[in-house]
Write a protein that binds this ligand. Structure first.
Ligand code: ZN
Length: 388
């Protein structure tokens, strides 16, 4: 593919050829796809307009023009103005990007649709992933659509609803003692052993996370520009980093003049990246405490890959954004509040993006005239334990 220049290490800058690799061969840093933007922006992209959802933006994805997309109709989710939130927090403009209406009910359908399409481009025989739930569900569904076997490694506390979905889509599930970080290690070994594509959605798979950029393109189109703040729940944080990359591409294309300030939200009980932000550190350290929280989807202590948190932290600093930690009480409160005031049933991990607005107000990050887009990443039906 001419438009791809290579895989650049975010730590040492070494550029690798486009291959099925997951880390820098020199320093084990995570990889970022670099494009030949000049040729992309001068190319006539009107022939992609007929494709729906994220595929309208195919020219900025690591997919060849003639590759058939593995698609279930992902993307093109609604951006809803929330008067109730504007009144609650005395803000001029708050909008909700509702990713819960994607085919498997979370934003993960964006990266996994791209990843499975890339898997077919590479011609692999199967796919593997570690997951706290949403990635696994999306991987299972898109693997079914692609006709590839899928093996998923999940920590034991993963919500039952998500496990049922993975099973229904025909994936093979392995329950792992410990946290997501433990599942991450085992899935990596398994992928290597079989030569299967590893879809794990930290920053491990550089192709998958490109799908997350489409969130930025849609916010830009639907909002009609760039909001002041974008609030995103984060585990390792690829959605935040890729969304910002998407806006930078729009800037390179000459479509936008400013960039949004990125807010990463974590549950206070598992907040390695936010803790580093609060201490004004340059690097994230693994979360050494108990990580019990109702927000299981973002409960990632980053035990063996704190550098992934650092990549997100660096983006937060670059964008002049902030890291916000929210309590489990506040998460549960705003989950119910959002359902009853706006008719949006978000999972606890996603309700953190609402709860964060209150903390941003308290801490003085927000001016009343600021515009905010807050991202509801997944559906409440996928995690019912906390409500029971
Ligand atoms: Zn490197």
């Amino acid at each position: 593919m001419k438009k791809l220049k290579g895989l650049k290490c975010v730590s040492c800058g070494h550029v690798h050829a486009i291959e099925m690799i997951y880390e820098c061969e020199h320093c084990r840093g995570s990889l970022d796809i670099i494009y030949d933007y000049e040729s992309i922006f001068t190319e006539n992209v009107s022939d992609h307009i007929s494709e729906g959802g994220i595929w309208r933006h195919r020219s900025l994805l690591p997919i060849a023009a003639n590759t058939e997309a593995v698609s279930l109709g992902e993307g093109n989710t609604p951006l809803l103005r929330s008067t109730a939130l504007e009144v609650e927090f005395d803000q001029a403009e708050i909008l909700i990007k509702n990713e819960a209406v994607n085919p498997t009910l979370s934003f993960k359908d964006r990266p996994l649709a791209v990843a499975l399409t890339v898997a077919k481009q590479f011609g692999v025989e199967g796919v593997v992933t570690a997951s706290t739930g949403n990635t696994g569900v999306a991987a299972a569904a898109y693997a079914a659509r692609a006709g590839l076997p899928c093996r998923i490694y999940v920590p034991k506390g993963t919500p039952k609803e998500k496990l049922i979905m993975m099973e229904m889509y025909g994936a093979k599930i392995e329950l792992i003692e410990g946290t997501f970080s433990d599942a991450y290690l085992v899935s990596g070994q398994e992928a290597k052993k079989n030569g299967w594509f590893n879809l794990t959605s930290t920053f491990l798979n550089p192709y998958a996370i490109e799908g997350d950029k489409t969130l930025a393109y849609e916010i830009y189109e639907q909002y009609g520009g760039v909001p002041d703040w974008i609030i995103i729940p984060i585990g390792a944080g690829p959605l935040l980093v890729s969304c910002y990359k998407g806006f930078r591409e729009l800037q390179l294309a000459g479509k936008v003049a400013k960039l949004p300030r990125m807010v990463g939200v974590q549950a206070a009980n598992c907040a390695p990246t936010v803790q580093a932000f609060e201490k004004k550190l340059k690097e994230v350290e693994p979360w050494g405490y108990s990580n019990q929280t109702v927000a299981s989807g973002i409960a990632d202590p980053l035990t063996t890959y704190p550098q992934d948190g650092t990549r997100t932290l660096t983006t937060i600093y670059q964008s002049e954004g902030c890291g916000i930690a929210v309590s489990d009480e506040s998460i549960m409160h705003y989950q119910k509040w959002l359902a009853q005031k706006e008719g949006i049933f978000a999972e606890p991990s996603s309700a953190t993006a609402i709860a964060a607005i209150e903390v941003m107000k308290e801490k003085g990050f927000l001016q009343n005239g600021d515009s905010i887009v807050t991202v509801v990443t997944g559906h409440g039906l996928k995690d019912l334990k906390s409500i029971r």
